[in-house]
Structure formats: C-alpha cells, structure tokens
Design a protein around this ligand. Structure first.
Ligand code: SF4
Ligand code: SF4
Length: 362
C-alpha cells in the first residue's frame, strides 16, 4: 500500500534480544528512528487517490540488496520499518525480507487486503499487518479501491489473520469520502478487538524530481469540512481514554486538530532527521515528495555530511504536505518522542510486558 505510517513498539509480540537491541539504539543521539520502505511500485489495485499504479515500474532491488539495506538502516539507528509500495506482499521474496527485518526492527507491513491470506506464512514474524479498508460500505470501498470484491477480501483477511494470532489491524485513509463515518468505523473494529491505524489523504505537492509519486489530486478525496475533521480528532482523543486499540497518539491528534482548525503547524518537519524513505530501487529521500539524495548503501557516509545538514534545515521549514505518518514522526522526535509514544501506548505496553514474562517463564 502506498500509505506511509507510524510506530507502536507495543503492537505485536517481540522477542527479548530484539527488544534489547531496540532499546539500546533508542538511546543513541542524533539517529534516524523511522524508515518507510516502498519495496515495489507493483500493485493489483487501482485506488482513485493513488498515482502508484499508473506507473508500475518493474525494476526492484534484489532480495540480497534489500537485506544489505536493512543492515545499513539498523546500524544507522532505525528502530521501526514500515513496508509499503505498491503492495509489498506482491514480491515473491517478501517472506525472506520480513523475516530478516523482524529480527531487528519493529516491523509493519501494509496490504491492500488482497494478498495477506495467500502470504500468511510470510507474516508470522512481523509486529503489525495493516489491512487497508476505508469504509464499512462495501460498494463504496470497492469503488475507492477500483476493483470489485476488495472489501470482502480485506474483511476476510482481517478475520483469518486474527484467528491465526497474527497482529492485524485495519488502516482507513481519512478523506472527504469517509469523514462522517470514521468514528463509527473505528467503533466497529475496536469493539471486535481489532486495532485501527489511520492514514490521512493528501495529494503530492508538485516538487520537481520527487522520488516516489503517491497521492493523486482528487476533489473526491480532499477534505471540504475541516470543522468535522477537527471533531473527529477530538472524538478520537476521548475514545482513546477507554480503548487502547486506537493506534494514534494524543500528541499527533492534537497537532492534526490544530492544523484542521487553523492551518497552523505545532511541529517542524523532521524529514531526513527522524525519518526517511527508501524506494523500490534503493534510493533514499527525506520523504516521498522530495528528491532522491543518495543510495541506501551510501547512507553511512552521507548521514553526517554538510549536504544532509543543509537538506534537514530546508525540510524543517517545509509545510507542503499533511501525510499523517510524517506528522507523527515529526511530532515525536528523538528519544523523548519515543518515550512519549510509549507513555501514550502504556496500556498496550503492559499487555506486551505480561506476554514477554509469560513467554520467558514458559
Ligand atoms: S493506494 Fe491502492 S493502488 Fe495505490 S499502491 Fe496502495 S493499494 Fe495499490
Ligand atoms: S513537510 Fe516534510 S514530509 Fe511533507 S513534503 Fe515537506 S519535507 Fe516532505
């Protein structure tokens, strides 16, 4: 799925060495914490708000190259990787990639709902599988995804993965198309013990030479009722007091509400500082809207370069997108940001610690 998103250390079950590695890396200063890896441009869906499927370039990094890239990211300090695309599960080697990534990173993978059941064995190690569903209205969902049967396949995938004990949740993209349904949608899933992890529709700002085109400008999707959007955020903050399956932090929701109400940002963008993206051919950029700044294999020598420092300064002043994941990564910057996330997700953390104890004493 072409929708970047968030960290939740507590989403799934991690083994002890991995947790220790992540904790050690979180204390290192000046490191990048989040990576979004768009493993492929290939996709079998035709979503109306997406540019990816209109240009399905077949060239991709090999399995070994992806593995080498993962080692580079680990050594740089990355804690969390979100795999998207295209649909990353379309790759034949996705099992090998996810197994390797899951050893060191909090690993999330997106699926449009069409591949997760078929690739279920590949998903056993990941911390979270996000299945894209935008609405409970089957007809509307299939219209938005551009293929018949998308809703049924996605709902079926959620049920089957859950019954198999794979940490699965649903990921709606909030847009004008589902704005007035988002709260009911959230209630429907959290009442069934299924986490909800949001994306927010935004079309790509016309920068030159962007690394990976995702959001297509669409009047159907663009938010026309900012007040209703702000109310959604307020309601989610309230609902989070009672249910920990709403995977978005209060700080992010507060920042989003402010943006919706006043157009002002209470954060500065941390592209190429707290987060970065990697594309299907191994190029790195601050975000998918920005130009490629080098190969993933050159990152160790580039990370502290004057050029990267200059780019960070430039990106920190940018306000040209509202992709929810980038806002989340920017709002929760550095070690203090990671601690804030853990504090926000404390209920999930307690469950997780209990599971670790049970596992280690078994
Ligand atoms: S948004 Fe839809 S069309 Fe675009 S990559 Fe994701 S599933 Fe495919
Ligand atoms: S605000 Fe940040 S994430 Fe968004 S386009 Fe600008 S640099 Fe990229």
């Amino acid at each position: 799925m072409a929708k970047p998103e968030t960290l939740g250390c507590t989403k799934g079950m991690m083994d002890a060495p991995k947790v220790i590695g992540i904790i050690k890396r979180s204390f290192k200063f000046g490191r990048v914490r989040h990576a979004q890896w768009m493993l492929t441009r290939r996709c079998n869906y035709r979503c109306r708000g997406c540019n990816v499927w209109t240009d399905q370039e077949g060239i991709e990094l090999s399995t070994d190259e992806v593995k080498r890239g993962l080692d580079v990211l680990r050594d740089l300090g990355v804690l969390e990787i979100v795999f998207s695309g295209g649909d990353p599960l379309i790759r034949d080697d996705i099992g090998e990639i996810l197994e390797r990534a899951s050893r060191n990173f909090i690993t999330t993978v997106y699926d449009n709902g069409s591949m997760a059941v078929e690739k279920m064995e590949s998903l056993r190690n990941v911390d979270f599988v996000a299945i894209s569903i935008d609405t409970l209205d089957q007809k509307k969902n299939d219209y938005l995804k551009g293929v018949p049967g998308a809703w049924k396949r996605a709902m079926n995938a959620v049920d089957i993965l859950k019954s198999e004990g794979i940490p699965v949740g649903v990921s709606p993209t909030i847009s004008q198309q589902n704005l007035y349904e988002i709260i009911d949608f959230t209630k429907y899933f959290i009442n069934r013990g299924i986490p909800v992890w949001y994306c927010f529709y935004w079309y790509d700002y016309p920068f030159e030479n962007r690394i990976f085109s995702i959001g297509k400008k669409s009047d159907e999707y663009e938010i026309a009722d900012a007040k209703a959007l702000a109310e959604v955020y307020t309601t989610l903050i309230e609902m989070k007091k009672e249910n920990s399956n709403i995977y978005i932090t209060n700080k992010t929701l507060t920042a989003l509400r402010q943006l919706a109400l006043t157009g002002t940002r209470i954060w500065s963008c941390k592209a190429l500082s707290n987060f970065l993206v990697v594309d299907h051919i191994g190029r790195v950029a601050g975000c998918h809207n920005r130009e490629p700044v080098g190969s993933i294999f050159k990152l160790p020598e580039l990370w502290n370069s004057p050029r990267f420092r200059e780019l960070r300064r430039e990106y920190s002043k940018c306000a040209n997108c509202g992709y929810l994941c980038y806002i989340f990564y920017s709002v929760h910057d550095g070690l203090s940001g990671t601690i804030e996330i853990l504090r926000d997700q404390w209920e999930n953390a307690k469950i997780y610690v209990k599971e670790i104890k049970a596992k280690t004493s078994a």
